[in-house]
Design a protein around this ligand. Structure first.
Ligand SMILES: [Ca+2]
Ligand SMILES: [Ca+2]
Ligand SMILES: [Ca+2]
Length: 134
């Protein structure tokens, strides 16, 4: 389950930025680091996820149905979209609101990305999650 979620989240960045590979963690962090403090915090990460949500919201209703949510996942995570969607759908209904999507992404960040719990995603943490992605 943990590996499945990681596969879904980590591979989003390469979709937006082809240069963002495990071999270039400094470029990933710089790309996400909007306040230029050299680190990627949760807000910066979620800012990226807002853009990501808009990209996969194909019908433009501001919510993600399961098919749209699936498009935000990659690799092995796609096969588990039903489980992941249910977990993210904290308010019920047939779609994920932005609040639900970001709540899910915040949980992913805190649980799987920021492994040393310092509230930032470091280059090392990026490299680590990339290495576990598939
Ligand atoms: Ca920053
Ligand atoms: Ca939609
Ligand atoms: Ca960290």
């Amino acid at each position: 389950m943990k590996r499945v979620i990681l596969a879904g989240l980590v591979l989003m960045v390469p979709v937006l930025a082809p240069w963002a590979t495990a071999q270039q963690p400094e470029k990933v962090i710089a790309y996400l680091d909007k306040n230029a403090d050299g680190k990627c915090d949760l807000n910066e990460y979620l800012g990226f996820q807002v853009a990501r949500m808009a990209q996969v919201d194909k019908d433009g209703d501001g919510e993600l149905n399961q098919g749209e949510f699936k498009d935000s996942l990659q690799g092995k995570a796609k096969a588990n979209v039903a489980v992941l969607f249910k977990g993210a759908n904290s308010e019920g209904g047939r779609t994920l609101s932005q609040k639900e999507f970001l709540g899910y992404q915040a949980w992913v960040f805190k649980t799987f990305v920021d492994t040393d719990k310092d509230a930032f995603m470091s280059q090392e943490e990026w490299t680590s999650i990339m290495s576990k992605a598939d």
